[in-house]
Ligand binder design. Structure first.
Ligand code: DON
Length: 304
């Protein structure tokens, strides 16, 4: 398969179409992004890597960081994390509080904000320096030390994190947050503020395409069962209340972020990352979804 040619064709045809949607303004620092940015990177398990457009420019990975945080905590604590967060699609927006009361403070999955806040609370319990530890975990996955927090973005989000703080307090009232909500929000917003390129993201997600093993170094990041399970949650919950649509149109597990990034995983083969800042109504990159839909249609490769 000539992936390079297919990526180039799909990039051009996506660029020629409408760029609908809006950059998020609820995190003021993210509202300043150039809406026309558009990058794609494909990296496979043999390290063939093809990029197009702005694929070497860093952007705010936002909720994509929830996958790294989950992997880190899951490998260390194992199945008991599921006592505090479930694995069901929510059918609601990523920042919805609505289901938490009925479920007594147990979030439906680790990718909605409430679930990621619980994962951050666990991180604070098991690490004395979770920010630095997570950053070095991600640098190791990407084999690249040039990955940092964006302090301005983190502070901008902390100052406006009224909904996330409400969720944290609410879950604490049920005993599902053990640390002070301020500390959980600080860690969560820092993880969301991490900046990476499409190329760094594709490479750093390869362990999920490779049964939990980091290719090249052969380092075990997750057991194969855990890698399978994270892929399953990515497929069913990675795009919040648009997870069904992403699965229907693209057919791969993946994760989006409000910075406009999407990483998709083709198990046993490759990862592909797209970045385009304008988001659709569900908070997922408009062009990112369009690109990936056409890409898996042209390649004929999906998990189905
Ligand atoms: O907590 C928030 O709202 C953001 N830091 C992350 C949300 C996000 O990326 C949702 N993804 N599409």
């Amino acid at each position: 398969m000539d992936y390079q040619r297919i990526i180039s064709k799909v990039y051009t045809s996506t660029l020629a179409k409408d760029n609908i949607g809006k950059v998020p303004d609820y995190i003021p620092e993210l509202a300043n992004i150039d809406e026309k940015k558009f990058g794609v990177n494909f990296t496979d398990l043999k390290f063939n890597s093809y990029g197009h457009g702005d694929f070497e420019e860093k952007f705010s990975i936002q909720s994509i960081s929830k996958v790294f945080a989950l992997s880190f905590v899951y490998e260390r604590l194992g199945e008991k994390i599921w006592d505090r967060v479930d694995v069901e699609p929510s059918g609601n927006a990523f920042n919805s509080l609505i289901q938490l009361e009925a479920d007594k403070g147990i979030p439906l999955n680790p990718f909605i904000n409430a679930g990621a806040l619980v994962i951050c609370d666990i991180l604070l319990e098991i690490s004395s320096n979770p920010k630095e530890e997570l950053l070095s975990y991600i640098r190791d996955l990407a084999e690249d030390d040039n990955i940092h927090f964006n302090e301005k973005v983190a502070v901008s989000e902390i100052k406006n994190s009224f909904r996330n703080t409400a969720m944290c307090n609410f879950m604490k009232s049920f005993g599902n947050i053990t640390n002070q909500p301020e500390a959980v929000i600080d860690l969560y917003c820092h993880l969301c503020s991490i900046e990476m390129t499409c190329k760094q993201l594709s490479k750093s997600f390869l362990y999920l395409a490779n049964e939990g093993i980091k290719p090249l170094s052969n380092e075990k990041i997750l057991s194969s069962t855990k890698a399978k399970r994270i892929n399953a949650i990515l497929l069913t919950c990675g795009f919040y209340d648009e997870s069904g649509e992403f699965s229907f149109l693209v057919g791969l597990p993946g994760k989006s972020g409000v910075g406009g990034g999407i990483v998709a995983i083709y198990p046993n083969h490759y990862c592909i990352t797209v970045w385009s800042p304008k988001l659709n109504r569900k908070g997922n990159s408009y062009r990112g979804m369009k690109f990936l839909e056409e890409f898996t249609t042209k390649t004929g490769e999906s998990i189905f």
